[in-house]
Design a protein around this ligand. Structure first.
Ligand code: ADP
Length: 398
């Protein structure tokens, strides 16, 4: 195959991130990346920078809507200043129960993904909107849905199945798992020496952890929604269902409309909880570390809850895997928060996990386990866009 520019689109609630890779003959080169931030505000940011980090576009436009934001991206890519993309890969958080394979986007596929929007209400509406716009603004280009849930398709039924009445299971309620493209990128970087029993902790603003056997997902902490699993920046993680009912009843005292009350509950558990909820300060680990240095007890408790939860999860996954060869940290906290890695591993000596404080005193890719550690502990940054490009190239070749 000759060289071909592939556009990767990654859309969130207030931003559209994108990158363009030159792909061909096994080579992948990132040409540039960019983003429109601040969707829904007068104080947006639109930037594009090349592979060396030089800003090629740096603007502060008003970005009232997602349509305006995406048009900016499309106009820039059609301007002739950049190589025009030949194919597009859409990071797609959840395809629902029927769309489990990465594939070409058609109007029918978008309708199918949209029909399960209730399962991932924070992600699917944005994803399907951008897919429809991309088909309109880049006519004739093949668009592909690359799923975060794809990596978790190997979950055994016992991990996938929810202990709820079967009528809800039939509606698609089950463990899907997220951050799958990040997990795939870790496996990709470990190849050809993927350890038999591997645990990867993706610790970013959203946080999840997976148990992986021979490169295939055996279990993962996020379930139907990314709110589940370990606590993260502003999400509860797994919590007694009774807590949800208690909060919902409190909300219902002033919000009698059931759907409105459910939306408010959603905001509480996914935007106001986690590190932010406990610390009453910030969802950002850097702020919490500064506050801890200043003696803030709530920030200390928030971080302790975070590291404590992850250590418990690692313990349960060692039991599930029946052994552990390697533990990998990734994501913004996993790559940069040296103290979090030390705190998580501090009590795991009985599992064969020993971290060397000097080796750990580094940000970015590094092996941090001590020489006497039975389990190798590594820090590996994810390469999510590269994995999306690889899937697009594979699907184009079909
Ligand atoms: P997202 O899930 O939004 O992609 P990231 O993977 O970028 O998030 O991770 C964001 C988290 O990483 C934040 O909590 C941030 O504080 C944390 N982080 C980034 N740099 C550092 C650092 N130097 N020290 C501690 N935490 C950091």
């Amino acid at each position: 195959m000759s060289s071909l520019p592939v556009l990767v689109l990654n859309s969130g609630s207030s931003s559209i991130k994108f990158s363009v890779y030159e792909a061909g003959n096994g080579e992948r080169t990132r040409l540039f990346e960019g983003a429109v931030d601040g969707i829904g505000t007068d104080l947006g940011k639109f930037w594009i920078k090349d592979a060396e980090g030089k800003k090629l576009v740096d603007q502060t436009p008003a970005v009232p809507t997602r349509a305006v934001a995406f048009k900016m991206v499309a106009d820039a890519l059609h301007s002739g200043d950049f190589p025009a993309p030949a194919a597009i890969g859409h990071r797609t958080v959840c395809g629902g129960p029927t769309i489990t394979e990465n594939q070409l986007i058609t109007p029918q596929l978008i309708d199918e993904i949209e029909s399960y929007a209730a399962l991932a209400p924070l992600h699917t509406p944005i994803a399907v909107y951008i897919m429809r716009e991309a088909l309109k603004l880049f006519p004739g280009l093949p668009n592909f849905a690359i799923l975060d849930t794809y990596f978790h398709r190997t979950l055994p039924e016992v991990a996938k199945h929810m202990p709820i009445p079967s009528e809800y299971v039939a509606m698609g309620v089950r463990r899907y798992g997220y951050h799958g493209i990040s997990y795939e990128s870790i496996i990709h970087q470990l190849e050809p020496n993927v350890p038999e029993n591997l645990i990867v902790a993706h610790l970013g603003n959203g946080a999840s952890i997976s148990a992986i056997r021979n490169g295939k997902c055996l279990d993962t902490s996020m379930a139907l929604t990314p709110t589940s699993g370990i606590i993260s920046g502003s999400r509860t993680g797994d919590i007694d269902p009774g807590v949800l009912i208690f909060i919902l009843k409190k909300i219902a005292e002033t919000t009698p409309n059931t759907l409105e009350a459910a939306d408010k509950l959603e905001t509480v558990i996914s935007k106001k909880s986690g590190l932010l909820g406990i610390s009453e300060l910030s969802n950002d680990m850097r702020d919490l570390r500064d506050a801890i240095k200043a003696g803030n007890a709530k920030a200390r408790l928030a971080v302790d809850k975070f590291t404590w939860t992850i250590a418990r999860w690692i313990g349960s996954y060692v039991a599930e895997l029946n052994g552990l060869d390697m533990l990998v940290f990734t994501g913004g906290i996993g790559e940069n928060d040296i103290a979090a890695r030390a705190e998580i591993c501090a009590g795991l000596g009985a599992l064969g996990i020993v971290v060397d404080p000097e080796r750990n005193n580094v940000r970015g890719e590094v092996t941090i386990s001590a020489a006497n550690s039975k389990v190798k502990v590594r820090v590996i940054p994810p390469l999510e866009d590269l994995i999306i490009v690889n899937h697009v190239v594979r699907l184009l070749g079909k």
